[in-house]
Design a protein around this ligand. Structure first.
Ligand code: NAD
Length: 481
């Protein structure tokens, strides 16, 4: 453990200087909002991986031996350290990821990191007496797994890293993080601060592309993989885990449906529906990605949503007025604009947006509401992961439930209604890991979160999430002994 190397005057450039690759090496990282070069990210090799694995393996037993109390204390200290650099870290995140500082964006994300660390530190993991029947007593406990590989995406890069790392550390594991190659610098900067509160080797960072990620998850020393990203990459990780039998938590892609029942109040729900869909400019795993609205209130809700959309400022990441930003990268920009073009060709009506905002920069795409589409149209069936929302009219609730369930994904879903019993009845029939009533996408450190079908398996958060970072162990004794 080294000393606190940040000060009250630490800037985002100081954070960047900690992690950028030496001159002439690494991969260039550009700011999505401006196209400016942010810095060069290191590209690590298999030698670096072996070095990190050796250090982690050596450090893990000592870390585990510290016990839950001391490990929780370290998580709280890390949270304090992140709070102390919250503003420069948020600015670095905004510049690299593209999300604005304000709204549910960069400052919000950095704040969520420290609150998640504290919540994970405060979790109580009790031993469970599973049988005590006069003949035998069987007690279930959870031990550390060993080495965890944490591989993450570019949309909420800091927060998702903390979701993976905090419970791993709390359970006494060592962790090697492989951040997305699209947003490595802010994650590496955060990890460098976190590592200063931990024994050397317990928290490692491996930077590079998917090949680097693939060699990490397949490493024989890795006992658990925490993966958040696309379903396609998730399948490859399942295959790789055949060799090392690593346990897996897979948080994969989604195409969350929202079902608006005929008794919902369009004006009252419009703002929450909007943020359910467009949080982080739509680049959120459990965002509302297809909205099914009863025909009796369809037009009224579309108008109310359009009004909200027109009032939300989109702009550059460091502009204090922005609450919506650019799409993070050109690959995702092409997905979003391609799906909207396809929707136009299939007869969809563009209510707002529909053309790139080239005046703002090459990666800005406006909030795009599209009506007149049906199941089977690409914008409905495929994950857009960006600022476009198909709004599909339905006449029969059973039909809307069937539509929600027809795709091979099931991360989140929502039901919107003024009648709690009716909403609950519909929620019970939707196939998704999380179903929200009259909101969409809200998460809580005590509430388990995870997908079904192609959205993956395993749970994060709360005591269930903690258990997923341990190995179960049962000790049975005779009752008389
Ligand atoms: P991605 O799968 O392309 O990449 C994610 C990470 O996996 C990156 O770090 C990448 O380098 C790495 N990777 C890719 N192939 C790999 C392999 N074979 N082995 C090991 N590592 C590999 O995903 P992305 O484009 O960064 O993220 C967007 C996707 O993530 C969307 O589908 C979104 O829905 C999903 N997502 C899901 C959640 C969730 O909690 N379920 C959260 C955020 C994002």
């Amino acid at each position: 453990m080294s000393a606190d190397t940040t000060t009250a005057t630490t800037t985002e450039d100081d954070l960047l200087a900690r992690v950028v690759a030496p001159e002439g090496t690494g991969e260039e990282i550009f700011e999505p909002a401006t196209g400016d070069l942010l810095g060069r990210a290191p590209v690590h090799t298999t030698d670096d991986l072996e070095r990190l694995v050796a250090a982690a393996t050596e450090a893990q037993a000592g870390w585990a031996a510290l016990g839950h109390g001391e490990r929780s204390a370290r998580l709280n200290r890390i949270a304090d350290r992140l709070d102390a650099v919250a503003e420069p870290l948020a600015r670095l995140l905004a510049r690299e990821q593209g999300k604005p500082l304000n709204g549910p964006n960069a400052r919000f994300e950095v704040g969520a990191c420290s609150s998640w660390l504290r919540a994970t530190a405060a979790l109580e993991l009790q031993e469970e007496v599973v049988v005590d029947d006069g003949q035998q007593v069987s007690v279930l406990t959870y031990r550390p797994i060993g080495l965890v590989a944490a591989v993450g995406p570019w949309n909420w890069p800091l927060m998702i890293t903390v979701w993976q790392v905090a419970p791993s550390l709390r359970m006494g594991n060592a962790v090697i993080v492989k951040p997305s190659e699209k947003t490595p610098l802010s994650v590496l900067a955060m990890l460098s601060i976190m590592a200063e509160e931990l024994p050397e080797g317990v928290l490692g960072a491996l930077s590079g592309g998917r090949e680097v990620g693939a060699s990490l998850v397949a490493h024989p020393a890795v006992r658990k993989v925490m993966f958040t990203g696309s379903t396609a990459a998730g399948r490859k990780i399942v295959e790789a885990s055949g060799a090392n039998l690593a346990r897996l938590t897979l948080e994969l892609g989604g195409n969350d449906a929202g079902i608006v029942l005929p008794d919902a109040d369009p004006k009252a729900i419009a703002q929450d529906v909007f943020w359910g869909a467009f949080i982080n400019t739509g680049q959120t795993c459990a965002a509302l990605k297809r909205l099914y609205v009863h025909e009796s209130i369809h037009d009224e809700l579309v108008e109310a949503l359009a009004e909200v959309a027109r009032a939300m400022p989109m702009g550059r990441s460091l502009d204090e007025d922005s609450v919506l930003g650019p799409v993070q990268n050109s690959m995702q920009f092409d997905v979003v604009s391609g799906l909207v073009e396809d929707a136009k060709q299939r007869g969809g009506t563009i209510v707002t947006g529909g053309e790139p905002l080239t005046d703002l920069g090459p990666l800005f795409y406006p909030v795009t509401l599209v009506t007149g589409l049906h199941d089977g149209d690409r914008l409905v069936d495929e994950e857009q992961f960006g600022p476009a929302l198909p709004i599909v009219k339905y006449s029969d609730v059973d039909e809307a439930v069937a539509s929600a369930n027809r795709l091979d994904v099931g991360l989140g879903a929502s039901v919107w209604s003024s009648d709690p019993a009716r909403a609950q009845e519909v929620a019970d029939r939707v196939e998704a890991g999380s179903v929200w009533i009259n909101s969409h996408g809200g998460i809580h450190p005590m509430v388990p979160f995870g997908g079904v079908k192609g959205s993956g398996y395993g749970l994060e958060f709360g005591v269930e999430g903690l258990k997923a970072l341990g190995v179960p162990k049962v000790v049975t004794r005779r009752s008389a002994e």
